[in-house]
Design a protein around this ligand. Structure first.
Ligand code: PRX
Length: 646
């Protein structure tokens, strides 16, 4: 195809549009009465007690949605589908990495959630207590989340790829009473320990995590584990033996459903608080309309891990509240080989496939002959999330995976927003490759300059949310002031939420998210703060100072590049030190935060006020011409940096 024949926008296929859940009436309804619109969306759920007021914004920026309403999130995700006669519908097609699988119907899910809820209650846990979940993608992880929701326990899922140090800080911050884990997990075909990380994290004696009373262990790999008597219990000896009947209690709409820790611009991760009624309303609404969900016929697959917000909202609460049938896949896309995802799509007839651009680019690298070897004709809708999708990857996704016949929804949102905010509606929007297009009905966003004035189409500005939305975060756990400072101070006068992203509208008023403008990196769709990695590096005895940047990377979006100044007494300065530093970051944070490249440099480029010029370091890392260096104390520093680059 020559450039002239490449369309700039792709309208939905006619047959898709004819049966789409979303019609232009949706936007009209939201425009006519925004809060009334959200009340209608909330009523897609079951409320044990109806709400009296849609939104109380009098305590801004602390919102209350669906005030006075009471509901049970797990009842909405499980029991009501059974009561509606859909108990035999498969909720989860679980696919294990080594090739084992399980199909779990809504009735079976109800039984398992009830058993877990009964066991958790027997431990004396009561609504409001926190539970840490440190698990791979096994069914028990979702069951645990739902059992917590059923009892009003606030879960805190910690990605199973995080280190024991990261787990400990999250357990301590949330004062979790229970930690749920597995003996081990599969990683690229090999069983590796997981409970061992919990043991290290929780410590013993004087160092022991004070809050934790029990560690509940699911047997997944059968590897040997250490056991702490009185603290550790097996799932199969406790939960599986518990009664399978449990009556759900209704909780206030604003009852905290979960905490999810995410990176900010400082070293300490923030525990983002999400509550019940508003969160479930918006995840459920967006799942229905953005993914055009048809419960009788669709098979949905979200490739995210439960350790991230995408896994919470579109692997658990969004799909299950809609009675969906979904895939939960335990492993990596190349286990045992690169055909894995496409085999799953073919076998289960996946209709709706939602992944991150980094995976699309990885598929591109592996070559189209891999997807071409499979019948992917069941697919009817594709989604993308987590980072800007470059137009080339978008077109490849559409042509090779979607056979030019599937609308693509590029969905912009954040851990903090809880649910999708900006996205095409698949039966309506003519999509442009690389653009998230427009705020959803009911959502209000603006692109503004520093003074809060809307920027003209074509110009870059700050993406702000100028009206509260139901699934918005309700705060940062234990730190109200940080919540206000982080999200509401840049446009305090206007009372707008600043998302941290730059964006622009193009000449057709399509919205393009350009990525973070703060010191947060996005590596394979994972959020990592530069300062978190810097503090891990300076934690090593040989490092005096560190600067970390996200350099553009063809596959992962951004890659972590570090520049370190060594202490004068550092003895080793060679490859072994670099390996040690990389290991230090893995231990402190996670292997996903390991820098691609660490450069030992004699100096860092600083302004006269002592600020590190990251923009210039990025230029160096990307091999670009240097931008303006006039504000530097010592422009010659770059010669030295370049000379030292490994
Ligand atoms: O920079 C934006 C980027 O991911 C950030 C949010 O990261 P996190 O809280 O980990 O949530 C990721 C999954 C929702 C945003 O500030 N981002 C997310 N989706 C997109 C995106 N950037 C561009 N386009 C997107 N569709």
């Amino acid at each position: 195809m020559t450039d002239e024949t490449v369309p700039s926008a792709y309208p939905p296929p006619a047959d898709f549009a004819a049966h789409a859940n979303a019609t232009p009436a949706l936007q009209d309804a939201a425009d006519a009465d925004r809060l009334g619109f959200w009340a209608d969306q909330a009523r897609r759920l079951h409320w044990h007690k109806d709400f009296d007021e849609v939104l109380d914004w009098s305590g801004a920026p602390f919102a209350k949605w669906f005030v006075g309403g009471r509901l049970n999130v797990a009842y909405n995700c499980v029991d009501r589908h059974v009561e509606a006669g859909n108990g035999d519908r498969v909720a989860i097609h679980w696919v294990g990495e080594p090739g084992d699988s399980r199909d779990i119907t809504y009735s079976q899910l109800q039984t398992e959630v009830c058993c877990a809820a009964n066991y958790f209650s027997s431990l004396g846990l009561v609504a409001g207590d926190r539970v840490a979940i440190y698990m791979p993608m096994v069914p028990e992880a979702l069951i645990t989340m739902l059992a917590c929701a059923r009892l009003g326990l606030t879960h805190s899922v910690v990605f199973a790829g995080f280190s024991s140090t990261a787990l400990r800080s999250r357990v301590d911050d949330a004062e979790a009473k229970l930690v749920v884990t597995t003996d081990g997990q599969y990683r690229r075909g090999e069983p590796v320990p997981l409970k061992a990380n919990v043991d290290v994290a929780l410590g013993s004696g004087d160092e022991a995590a004070q809050s934790v009373q029990k560690v509940l262990v699911v047997q997944r790999t059968g590897i040997d584990i250490d056991w702490v008597d009185g603290r550790d219990v097996w799932w199969h000896e406790t939960v599986a033996e518990s009664a399978d009947f449990h009556v759900p209690e209704a909780f206030d709409s604003e009852h905290p459903l979960f905490l999810l820790y995410t990176s900010g611009t400082t070293g300490k991760p923030k525990g983002i608080i999400h509550t019940s009624g508003g969160y479930l309303t918006q995840t459920s609404y967006t799942f229905h309309y953005v993914f055009d969900h048809k419960p009788e016929t669709d098979v949905f697959w979200c490739g995210a891990d439960i350790g991230w917000v995408t896994g919470h909202s579109y692997l658990v609460y969004g799909p299950l509240s809609n009675g969906a049938t979904e895939i939960v896949y335990e492993g990596t896309p190349n286990s045992p080989n690169e055909h894995r995802h496409f085999e799953v799509i073919e076998k289960y007839g996946v209709t709706t496939y939602y992944i991150a651009p980094t995976l699309i680019r990885t598929f591109m690298k592996w070559g189209r002959e891999i997807p071409d070897a499979h019948d992917l004709s069941s697919l009817r809708l594709l989604g993308s999330v987590g980072e800007p999708i470059n137009p080339e990857a978008w077109r490849w996704y559409r042509e090779v995976i979607g056979r030019n016949n599937c609308p693509i929804v590029d969905t912009w949102w954040q851990t903090e927003t809880g649910a999708i905010m900006v996205s095409p509606l698949p039966g309506i929007t003519a999509t442009k490759p690389g653009s998230a297009m427009a705020p959803l009905p009911g959502i209000s966003a603006k692109i503004v300059d520093m003074a809060g004035n809307p920027v003209p189409d074509g110009e870059q500005g700050y993406l702000v949310l100028d009206e509260p939305w139901p699934s918005m975060l309700r705060g940062i756990w234990g730190d109200e002031q940080r919540y206000i400072d982080t999200y509401w101070s840049k446009f305090a006068k206007e009372g707008w939420y600043f998302a941290g992203d730059g964006a622009r509208y193009d000449e057709d008023h399509a919205l393009w998210v350009l990525g973070r403008i703060d010191d947060v990196m996005n590596v394979s769709g994972h959020r990592i703060s530069t300062s978190e990695v810097e503090s891990a590096l300076v934690g090593h005895h040989a490092v005096a100072e560190a600067a970390v940047i996200g350099a553009t990377d063809e596959t992962t979006g951004q890659a972590i590049v570090a520049f370190v100044i060594l202490r004068s007494d550092a003895t080793d300065t060679g490859a072994q030190l670099i390996d040690e530093l990389k290991a230090q970051v893995s231990i402190d944070i996670s292997p996903i935060a390991k820098p691609r490249e660490i450069n030992v440099v004699p100096e860092l480029p600083k302004t006269r006020s002592g600020k590190i010029m990251r923009r210039l370091l990025r230029d160096v890392a990307e091999g670009k011409e240097l931008g303006d260096t006039s504000t530097l104390v010592d422009p010659a520093v770059f010669e030295a940096i370049r000379a030292n680059r490994s």
